[in-house]
Design a protein around this ligand. Structure first.
Ligand SMILES: *Cc1c(COP(=O)(O)O)cnc(C)c1O
Length: 459
């Protein structure tokens, strides 16, 4: 009789964690403040109040160790949470590695990724504050889908500006957003001043995330019943995502495992922070000592090749200034298939952890990532979103290293979404038309330096 292997490590609904973990409480050194671009002073709650409800502004700056998850949010979470942790036995066998590989799967959510973990509480706190509509931008459409679903839970309207190029090329995300009750406009649109200005200059503009942010922010700022929501980067977003890591800790404890290596992909840093922060807490408390590694695309290498400096969060320069690893707010990455990883900056929290050597980072080429994604699909039966194939490529690399050294390391990776709406990217890879890109270090640094000279002078 073959050995009976346990593939899924599940938690009961009753074991769902009821608090988010706030890493700001335990950071060995505090991160630099977010600055007002006009005054150069730290932003206060009044600066953020036109766009965000006070509960989220408080979470953005809170140093309390835990935040209780409201029962109304837990009730929606329980539609798909706790999410499964899997042991990748079949991937391990294919790699002939003594390493034990685990993956925490967020593809079971309504949007097929981790993003509803923050969309739901953001909609909830806005509803509590009397807001009737949320606006946002979306690129490939993951965030728009998540926010449309979240707004439907609390009977709110959701209006989304989707980058024109994605709107035309990826119709399924738009259909999903509309099915959840959201409204989608291609950006640039003629509904906002920002959009009209772009269209006047270039009627065929294919748009950018920066332009879409400007349109969504403009509409929210003008109407006191409308707020804006952001799907990554900010502290409160990473806070909400820690539900992933809290569950994973309980699940690994059930099988008596302690991780030696944690790997996750980083776009703005939210799925990565969400899995890693609770494990960092355990490390700082001396209960485990895992290496924590961020994996980014070589085509958009904000941690490994970017500059740690104050920069705008958007292309148009409307947001506060955040100290982060940045490629410059006007950086336009080559059109790689991992839409969610094409952001010029990085969460200030993740940037600070990298700067203080609490985490490592590596960059991966997309052909290596797709190869790992295809191997994973064929062994474990899940087609991963292109973004988490970056983390999978790093997990595979480490597992192969273990095969050579004979080490039986425990590797945990974040499988933050499935790729069912990204199949054209796999088709492109399988027919051989996916190519790799790298940036010359000195050219990149010069471009970032140039972009940063256009910032307001800080006091
Ligand atoms: C949005 C997205 C990302 C990138 O965002 P992070 O904030 O870095 O997590 C990665 N993977 C998937 C599946 C996404 O939808």
């Amino acid at each position: 009789m073959p050995e009976v292997k346990q593939h899924k490590i599940l938690l009961e609904e009753s074991e769902l964690p009821t608090r988010w973990y706030n890493v700001l409480h335990d950071l060995p050194t505090p991160p630099p403040p977010v600055l007002h671009p006009g005054t150069g002073q730290p932003v206060g709650p009044e600066d953020l109040a036109p766009l965000f409800p006070m509960a989220l502004i408080e979470q953005e700056v809170s140093t309390a160790q835990y935040v209780d998850i409201p029962p109304e949010v837990l009730d929606v979470y329980r539609l798909w949470r706790p999410s499964p942790l899997f042991r990748a036995h079949r991937l391990e066998a294919a790699l002939q590695t003594p390493a034990r590989i685990y993956y925490k799967y967020e593809g079971v959510s309504p949007a097929g990724s981790h993003k509803p973990n923050t969309a739901v509480p953001q909609a909830y706190y806005n509803k509590q504050a009397g807001i009737s509509k949320l606006t946002t931008e979306t690129g490939a459409g993951q965030w728009g889908t998540s926010l449309a679903f979240a707004c439907a839970q609390y009977d709110m309207e959701c209006e989304i500006w989707q980058v024109r190029a994605s709107y035309d090329q990826k119709p399924y995300r738009k259909m999903m957003i509309e099915t959840f009750g959201g409204t989608v406009h291609p950006s640039p649109s003629d509904l906002t001043e920002a959009g009209r200005a772009i269209l006047a200059a270039d009627p065929d503009s294919t748009g950018s995330l920066g332009i879409a942010i400007s349109e969504a922010v403009e509409v929210a700022a003008q109407d006191p019943t409308v707020n804006y929501a952001l799907g990554s980067v900010l502290n409160h977003v990473l806070l909400h995502q820690t539900i992933i890591g809290e569950e994973a800790l309980l699940q690994l404890a059930k099988v008596g495992e302690t991780p030696d290596l944690l790997v996750g992909c980083t776009g703005g840093g939210s799925n990565f922070g969400g899995l890693m922060f609770p494990f960092l807490r355990e490390r700082w408390a001396g209960r485990m000592d895992p290496v924590v590694r961020a994996v980014e695309p070589s085509a958009c290498p904000s941690l490994t090749q970017g500059t740690y400096a104050y920069d705008f969060g958007d292309t148009a320069g409307m947001t506060p200034l955040m100290k982060m690893h940045t490629l410059g707010h006007d950086f336009v990455p080559d059109p790689i298939h991992s839409g969610g990883l094409r952001y010029h900056g990085m969460s200030p929290l993740i940037s600070h952890l990298y700067e203080t050597d609490e985490i490592e980072a590596v960059a991966k080429q997309q052909t290596e990532c797709f190869a790992a994604g295809v191997l994973f699909a064929r062994t474990e039966g899940i087609v991963p979103a292109p973004e988490p194939t970056h983390a999978l490529a790093a997990a595979v690399e480490e597992a192969i290293r273990c095969r050579e050294t004979g080490e039986d390391k425990v590797i945990l990776t974040a499988l933050c979404g499935h790729g069912h709406l990204d199949l054209p990217a796999y088709a492109a890879y399988l027919e051989g038309s996916v190519t790799d890109t790298s940036w010359d270090d000195s050219e990149l640094q010069a471009a970032v330096a140039q972009a940063l000279t256009r910032l307001p002078q800080l006091a």
